[in-house]
Design a protein around this ligand. Structure first.
Ligand SMILES: *Cc1c(COP(=O)(O)O)cnc(C)c1O
Length: 450
């Protein structure tokens, strides 16, 4: 491992930091999926509206398919007028409101399960239009197949619910400390939930092993799945249109900064990749990771594709952001981020709850801790020396930068659980009046505010 000594110390001490990727380079990595694969994924996601209406009655059906609103988040800037005095507009992408799974995992999960259904139907000579995929013949066929996945929670919910709805037999491998309500929700949908004593990686490994032994089992591999990646990437075109509709067209003089919470890297990596395809060097993607689980930062900063886990730095991968509690970055995604990603910020757990409370109070957004991480992005960047330098080097007016925070989950969290999250955030904020973003108070203390 060849981490810079100062960086390694900050990571070991779990000091929140802004890391700018020194290997960032223009263009799109050649090793990634082809534009034709992206187009195919977009068209598959485009059939979601029709399928959902038939698969799920009531609340879970969604005429616009697997899509979410874009919301102005300028209210956040007013929480810290000094830090944001020359900033461009802030937006929140509300994937916490996605239908069926209530998280960003609805995108990847729907895409992979639908692609699987189409492939199996095709192999058996059945037609793959929505009418036939949902017909009795296809259903009988799918009922012979197991769809397995290893998950910290949200991916399991997404795969489990979509797979069950199409007639597959879902098996979800989870770590024992995954949230109880997520396991219960899955069992209610008819999924088999297998609990494992280790963390996320061992749940994935166990699932991969069990499914590998069964030819009628498909394993959704969160660490290596191109189908998940493409489902996320297919979100790019719609959000760019939403920004345009909100009066923010992206071009060289008006770049887009995107802040994405990162676990294994599939969801944020897919979105970053899709946005790069459309916007090229006018989009700048930043990931947010918990200080105990900065797996993508560690992988990219190591300068090598040789897998390196956060445990190698003495970190324990324990965080309340269960969607981000991943110790080892995806070996599929990390190499694709090596030149594409602008940087990574880390966040302490207490600050997740401060952000979660702020999201509710300022934006009426009910988020889970993983999703709340996104809110820290613009503040951390603007308040840090590394972030200011990055912005200065672009030679555009800060007010011409559009900031997009990607909220990744929350609408399915039970009310009593969310109330406890809010109470924790409120208590933390009460104990430190004037706090907005950790990095901002640090920077202010060092006289580094613009
Ligand atoms: C899974 C998840 C993420 C991160 O996605 P990865 O593909 O694991 O990087 C972020 N937020 C929430 C709520 C999630 O469930």
């Amino acid at each position: 491992m060849t981490l810079d000594t100062a960086l390694e110390r900050a990571l070991r001490e779990q000091t929140p930091l802004v890391w700018i990727n020194p290997q960032r380079a223009p263009g799109i990595p050649a090793a990634g999926p082809a534009p034709s694969q992206l187009a195919e994924a977009e068209s598959r996601m485009g059939r979601a509206g029709e399928l959902l209406a038939d698969l799920f009655a009531g609340a879970a059906s969604s005429p616009q398919g697997i899509e979410s609103p874009l919301q102005s988040a300028d209210a956040l800037a007013s929480c810290h007028p000094l830090l944001f005095k020359d900033s461009g507009p802030l937006f929140l992408k509300r994937d916490d409101m996605l239908p069926v799974a209530g998280s960003i995992k609805a995108r990847g999960g729907f895409h992979e399960v639908l692609a699987l259904a189409e492939r199996i139907a095709q192999q058996q000579g059945l037609r793959t239009d929505p009418g036939h995929l949902l017909g009795a013949e296809a259903r009988a066929l799918f009922s012979r197949y197991t769809v397995a996945v290893g998950s910290t929670g949200n991916l399991g919910m997404s795969i489990g619910i979509f797979a069950a709805a199409l007639g597959f037999r879902p098996v979800i491998h989870m770590s024992v400390d995954a949230k109880q309500w997520k396991k219960q929700r899955l069992r209610d949908h008819g999924a088999r939930v297998v609990e494992h004593t280790g963390d996320y990686a061992s749940a994935v490994e166990a699932g991969r092993r069990e499914a590998g032994a069964d030819p009628l089992s498909h394993f959704v591999d969160d660490e290596r799945s191109m189908m998940l990646f493409l489902g996320y990437a297919a979100s790019a075109r719609h959000v760019v249109q939403q920004l345009r509709d909100a009066g923010r067209s992206i071009d060289a003089g008006h770049p887009l900064f995107v802040y994405l919470p990162c676990g294994v890297g599939g969801a944020p990596g897919g979105i970053a990749y899709g946005l790069k395809q459309l916007l090229g060097d006018n989009v700048h993607c930043f990931f947010i990771e918990p200080v105990a689980s900065p797996c993508m930062l560690v992988q990219l900063a190591s300068g090598s594709d040789h897998p390196i886990s956060v445990h190698a730095l003495g970190l324990d991968n324990r965080t309340e952001a269960d969607g981000l509690a991943v110790g080892l970055a995806s070996p599929l995604v990390a190499p694709l981020m090596r030149t594409l990603l602008s940087g990574v910020m880390t966040i302490a757990d207490d600050d997740l709850f401060r952000c979660l409370f702020t999201a509710q109070q300022q934006l009426a957004a009910t988020l889970e801790p993983s999703a709340a991480a996104a809110l820290s992005g613009p503040g951390s960047l603007l308040a840090s020396e590394a972030g200011r330098r990055y912005i200065d080097a672009l030679a555009v007016a800060p007010s011409d930068i559009t900031h997009l925070m990607w909220s990744t989950g929350g609408s399915m969290v039970p009310a009593h659980e969310h109330a406890a999250f809010l109470a924790r955030g409120r208590a933390l904020l009460d104990s430190e009046p004037g706090w907005f973003w950790r990095a901002s108070s640090d920077a202010a203390a060092h006289g580094r505010l613009p």
